[in-house]
Design a protein around this ligand. Structure first.
Ligand code: SF4
Length: 921
């Protein structure tokens, strides 16, 4: 084991190295802190200059992490929910101590286990937990309780990637690394809007293209995303046709003599079957299935097979499908057929969505996995884990995967569920069913850092957990690189670390169940002890990290696995020797078949519905939704549709529509987007009931799952879209301090349910403001308006007021210290963008004063508002960039002269697009 060396953790008295807690790129950060009278606080964050994932860069989300570190939205104390006389949950929560909370949880779980057996309880955990947290939860369920009912939100994210790797390469091990982007000659990006979802990786792609103009990029995506626009070739395939595309490409590769027959002969098996199978995937038939041009298919195949090194990058577009395992395997088939694997710049590289989806896989923290990539279905693997843990046996019965788990909660088969660090009431498909399941559950525990998530109202017991900046442990990013996560400050209030909560519950539960092994099984006092136990389970496995330790990670920085005992560095890439971890040592071609989406569009539900990420928000917004500037790129959940489909339905931009599937519905504004093919619609995944008056996108998504990976088809549902007539509009805006903004949002959240359409957001930078936008069929009553005034602290006696009862228009504006600090418009809101800027930018009050007191509802001529902010670092609006471009600026001028896009770089794809539009005009 390497000896301890000077620590890399603290690089100055007030700075600590850790990682970003958002996406799977796994960027290193330096957290800046200051000591104050109330203790040490986080004051800033910057990219860790020597972290191999980001070399000092951070995207818009990473650079604002410190703004999420305040305690105002945190769950600070264990809380128990009271039930009414009929046993229904009430809104009333009672603070309690940790001992009492964990005793209650242990007693309830023990009683259910005694009466109904271990499979009557379940754990639903998260790819945002650290590896050590994950390990303890997994051992608690499988080792102590004796149930495999432990699944995770990673099931929604990458279980098809796991299944695809295992089916073909024999192990769940991404063979490539980030450095391969620099060596590739062809990038095949499939089902990934890398520019938005993995921005720092996209910066690396941009740099590689600049360095090597011959580098070809192919993007496969039904939408014309920023990543797709930037590509040399965009294949806008129809939803659910990924396998047909890959099989068609293999057909062309064979026809063109671009397969590597030596590699196939020496290192693979099963090619003849696949070769026979792809005969029918002719370019003409595949072009028709996928809805793309035959020539484009042939070009893609030629670029893929003809390049010296082809790297595939893929993500949720392949994974979140009822054919997800085959989608993944079909891309891996292309790499095996061309020998594009195990060399610099070549390989099938699955990008993980969450920061530690990989770590969860490593400890076997899913219903079908065991520690160190072992399979639950394998009796030898079960025996190995039982021996490592010192228990009689690991249960053989498969656990419930995410969709099955909540179905079982709904039917009563699972009676108690423990949810940690995730928000299934928003993030699971068919959110209505999941909410019904949670409301029926006998006992729900929610272990969370944040007080207000869509899942919180269903919890009987809320346990405050530590979060980013406070935790200690490790995470693994997409390229198998393990980084130490370090604590910069203590958790606020009574919050505790996730592994500590799981350990303390395990000790109490063991006591309740009379299991005398519990103290031995959970004798951890530090996360390092958990890591060391996990490390031992990897000995001899594909992900062997027996050469790694906290001390090594401290001394030498992040390391890739495998890194075996005696080795000093991990494997940069895998399978360079052509040997694979299968019984024969050969990779296996998977016989992949095209299978359409599980749910079909029809006359009642004629449109495909798709979801995905935005550039500046993350998952359910419990963190990013509290940072005002992260709304400035996209402020509201807007449904994107093709202009032809809009025209057919007589929709205009900004109309309010209802989107309905066979399961549920939501209401949103609609806009025409040339990203969308006709027949398709798209809503970002981030908004839930905390920020809009429905569960958001997952009110309509489908719970159909892949038969192998059990990953749901979040990328497709059949929907209909209908216009709603909600002519009466309301906008309320109120400036507030950074710390108080989340509290005001929480107070205003119940108002959302009062309107036909409603959203909550923040805007502004130095001076944030909360904005409530709403619309209704008829004007709302005075009581509700009085409630709004109370919540937003409007004082009618000191504000400027205008009322036109005949036109149903009222204006109320508050001015404090020479700034507009509050606006309430009812009936007509045409001036909202101008007023928003007046508040955010501190514009002159006098024109606003004149406008309020005049019978005008539209803003004064020429005052239309700045509009969307594209460059978030420098606060530059799209309108300002367009003006610069119209005056002749190209990308270089925007960057060199005006400095737009030169800080985090996340807006560069959009800058390029604005220049392109101007050139094409
Ligand atoms: Fe965080 Fe952005 Fe890096 Fe992802 S790319 S880890 S969100 S800074």
């Amino acid at each position: 084991m390497p000896s301890a060396a000077p620590s890399l953790s603290a690089i100055g008295p007030f700075e600590v190295r850790s990682t970003c807690c958002y996406c799977g790129v796994g960027c290193g950060v330096v957290i800046e802190t200051e000591d104050t009278a109330s203790g040490r606080v986080i004051t800033g964050v910057r990219g860790a200059p020597d972290h191999p994932a980001n070399f000092g860069r951070l995207c818009t989300k990473g650079t604002t992490l410190h703004l999420t570190a305040g305690a105002s939205t945190r769950l600070l104390q264990p809380q128990l929910r009271e039930r009414d006389a009929k046993g229904a949950r009430t809104a009333s929560l009672k603070d309690t101590g940790w001992d009492q909370a964990l005793d209650i949880a242990a007693r309830r779980f023990a009683a259910i286990i005694r009466e109904h057996g271990p499979d009557a309880v379940a754990f639903y955990i998260s790819g945002q937990l650290l590896t050590e947290d994950y390990y303890v939860f997994n051992k608690l369920a499988k080792g102590l309780i004796g149930t495999n009912n432990v699944d995770t939100n990673s099931r929604l994210c990458m279980s098809s990637a796991v299944a695809g790797y295992k089916a073909t390469l024999g192990a769940d091990a991404p063979p490539a690394c980030y450095e391969d982007i620099d060596h590739a000659e062809c990038l095949f990006i499939s089902g990934s809007n890398t520019a938005f979802a993995h921005p720092i990786l996209y910066r690396r792609i941009e740099a590689a293209r600049e360095k090597n103009p011959a580098l070809k990029t192919i993007v496969v995506d039904p939408r014309r995303t920023d990543t797709a626009r930037d590509a040399d070739l965009h294949l806008a395939i129809l939803p659910g046709t990924d396998v047909a595309l890959a099989n068609g490409m293999l057909h062309v590769l064979l026809w063109e003599g671009l397969c590597n027959l030596d590699y196939i002969r020496d290192h693979t098996e099963g090619f003849e079957t696949l070769k026979e199978l792809v005969r029918e995937y002719t370019p003409a038939s595949v072009a028709a299935i996928c809805g793309i041009g035959e020539e484009d298919l042939i070009t893609a195949a030629k670029w893929f097979g003809g390049s010296r090194a082809t790297l595939s990058l893929y993500c949720q577009g392949l994974n979140q499908s009822s054919n997800g395992t085959q989608n993944n395997a079909s891309v891996i088939n292309l790499h095996l057929a061309t020998g594009q694997i195990g060399r610099p710049g070549a390989g099938p590289f699955s990008l993980t969505g969450q920061p530690n989806a990989m770590g969860g896989r490593e400890v076997g923290g899913m219903a079908n996995l065991l520690s160190a990539h072992r399979d639950l279905a394998n009796p030898e693997h079960r025996a190995e884990v039982a021996a490592l843990w010192g228990i009689d046996a690991v249960p053989a019965k498969p656990g419930k995967t995410a969709v099955e788990l909540f179905n079982a909660v709904r039917t009563g088969e699972i009676k108690a569920v423990w949810i940690a660090c995730t928000n299934p009431a928003q993030s699971m498909p068919d959110a209505g069913l999941v909410r019904e399941a949670l409301s029926r559950a006998e006992f729900v525990v929610l272990q969370e850092a944040f007080a207000n998530t869509d899942t919180a109202p269903y919890a009987d017991l809320l346990l405050p957990a530590s979060t980013w900046g406070e935790k200690e442990g490790t995470v693994t990013n997409s390229e198998r690189r393990i980084t130490r996560v370090r604590s910069a400050i203590a958790p606020p209030g009574a919050a505790r670390h996730d592994w500590v909560i799981a350990r303390d519950f395990a000790l109490r539960l063991g006591n309740e169940l009379g299991n005398t092994d519990a103290p031995r099984l959970f004798a951890y006092t530090t996360p390092e002890e958990v890591f060391n136990e996990h490390r031992e389970t990897t000995r001899g496995r594909d992900l062997d990290i027996t050469g790694m330790s906290y001390a090594m990670l401290e001394a030498r920085g992040p390391q890739q696995w495998p890194l075996r005992e005696g080795e000093t560095t991990g494997a940069v890439r895998l399978y360079g020797d052509g040997r694979f971890p299968t019984a024969s040592g050969r990779a296996r071609f998977a016989p992949t078949h095209h299978k359409p989406t599980a749910e079909k569009t029809d006359a009642r539900y004629p449109l495909h519905f798709n979801t995905g990420r935005l550039r500046d928000h993350w998952h359910g917004m419990s963190r990013t939704g509290r940072v005002a500037r992260l709304y400035s790129h996209v402020e509201e959940p807007v449904l994107a549709m093709n202009a032809i489909d809009m025209a057919k339905r007589k929709f205009k931009d900004g109309d309010i529509v209802q989107v309905a599937s066979r399961r549920g519905e939501f209401v949103a504004r609609v806009e025409a987007s040339d990203d969308m093919r006709s027949g398709q619609s798209y809503l970002p995944m981030h908004w839930g009931s905390q920020f809009m008056n429905s569960a958001g996108a997952n009110a309509v998504t489908s719970p159909a799952v892949d038969p192998v990976s059990r990953q749901p088809e979040l990328k497709h549902a059949a929907v209909r879209v209908e216009k709603l007539e909600l002519p009466w509009e309301l906008v309320v805006m109120r400036t507030v301090s950074e710390a108080a903004a989340p509290e005001l949002m929480s107070a205003a959240q119940p108002l959302l349910a009062e309107f036909g359409y409603a959203t909550l957001a923040l805007f502004g930078r130095e001076q944030p403001a909360v904005i409530l936008r709403a619309a209704n069929k008829v004007p709302v009553g005075e009581t509700l308006l009085a409630d709004i005034d109370r919540i937003f602290a409007f004082d009618a006696t000191t504000s400027l007021n205008y009322m036109d009862a005949r036109r149903g228009i009222a204006k109320r504006v508050m001015v404090t210290g020479g700034r507009v600090t509050g606006v309430r418009l009812t009936g007509e809101t045409a001036a909202r963008e101008w007023l928003k800027d007046a508040m955010a930018e501190g514009l002159a009050v006098e024109p606003v004063r004149r406008w309020v007191l005049a019978p005008l509802s539209a803003p004064p001529a020429g005052n239309v508002g700045r509009g969307r902010i594209v460059c978030n670092c420098l606060n530059v609006a799209e309108s300002e960039i367009r003006t610069a471009v119209e005056q002749g600026a190209d990308l270089a001028a925007l960057q060199e002269t005006l400095k737009y896009g030169t800080q985090c770089g996340s807006c560069v794809p959009e800058l390029k697009q604005l220049v392109r539009i101007r050139k094409a005009a």
